[in-house]
Write a protein that binds this ligand. Structure first.
Ligand code: NAD
Length: 238
């Protein structure tokens, strides 16, 4: 079974935690959504950062260490190869904060929920995020912005607005085919992208081991693990 990509097609690809599962990075669901006795939803918030900044930095420092030890899997590689075959007609939006897409060779992508490998000023002073892959051992090690504010992870916490939404909306409106991979369909606004795509007439395909919560909005569901299903799934027509 293959998915044909016509010369007139423009792709919008959305990935979630499931695409990195075969690289050994657990999805929220696989880890029961818990860390050190806390619900992840209680750690990844602006309130938690104010109340207990080390709890938040410790969580993301460990995610950085896990990320550094993980390798891209065949699903990340298949998407990078697809991008190379579709210059100017391929756009990748990931909900993931790991950098496995980049390390597999993807170039035209955005991280709508931020990046583990960056930090920015917690005072939102307007300076851009900086590269920061340090696995901190305590809060005293965490650096400061030149304005004096402490750095925070460059992560979109629960309750914060995802990054680059105008560009995402534009890319979806222009696409004819949306491929969604490894996301449970319960985190908004990403879970709504498939509806926007359908409204503008695009075909919509989901790839994952089980149907997502928003399964009824897809024109096609390909059941299986991303690393096993994606290589060879697409047939780029000339
Ligand atoms: P989720 O944990 O809610 O759901 C994961 C989905 O992946 C499930 O639908 C599951 O069926 C699917 N899945 C599991 N194994 C798979 C595989 N081998 N191939 C394809 N699909 C597979 O994750 P979510 O919907 O992405 O939402 C949770 C939020 O937390 C998102 O922002 C997410 O990116 C973030 N998160 C990121 C990472 C990461 O950066 N690696 C890890 C955990 C959570």
């Amino acid at each position: 079974m293959t998915i044909p990509i016509k010369p007139s097609d423009r792709l919008f690809v959305l990935t979630g935690a499931g695409i990195s599962a075969e690289s050994g990075l657990p999805t929220f669901r696989a880890s029961d959504g818990l860390w050190a006795g806390h619900r992840v939803e209680d750690i990844c918030t602006p309130e938690a950062l104010k109340r207990d900044p080390w709890l938040v930095w410790d969580f993301y420092s460990r995610r950085r260490a896990d990320n550094a030890n993980a390798q891209p899997n065949p699903a990340h590689v298949a998407l990078a190869e697809l991008e190379a075959q579709l210059p100017g007609r391929y756009f990748l939006c990931t909900q993931n904060v790991d950098d496995l897409h980049e390390r597999a060779g993807s170039r035209n992508l955005i991280h709508m929920h931020g990046e583990l490998a960056k930090a920015r000023c917690e005072l939102e002073c307007g300076r851009p995020p900086i590269d920061d892959r340090i696995v901190y051992a305590n809060l005293d090690e965490v650096g400061r912005c030149s304005c004096g504010g402490r750095l925070r992870p460059h992560i979109v916490f629960f309750g914060e607005v995802p990054l680059e939404m105008p560009r995402i909306e534009r890319e979806i409106a222009e696409s004819t085919l949306m491929i969604v991979i490894g996301t449970s369909g319960n985190v908004y606004p990403a879970a709504g992208f498939v509806h926007w795509a359908r409204q503008s007439g695009a075909q919509t395909v989901y790839v994952g081991p089980e149907p997502p919560l928003n399964a009824s909005a897809f024109t096609r569901i390909v059941e299986g693990k991303a690393g096993e299903v994606l290589p060879g799934l697409f047939e780029v027509q000339s």
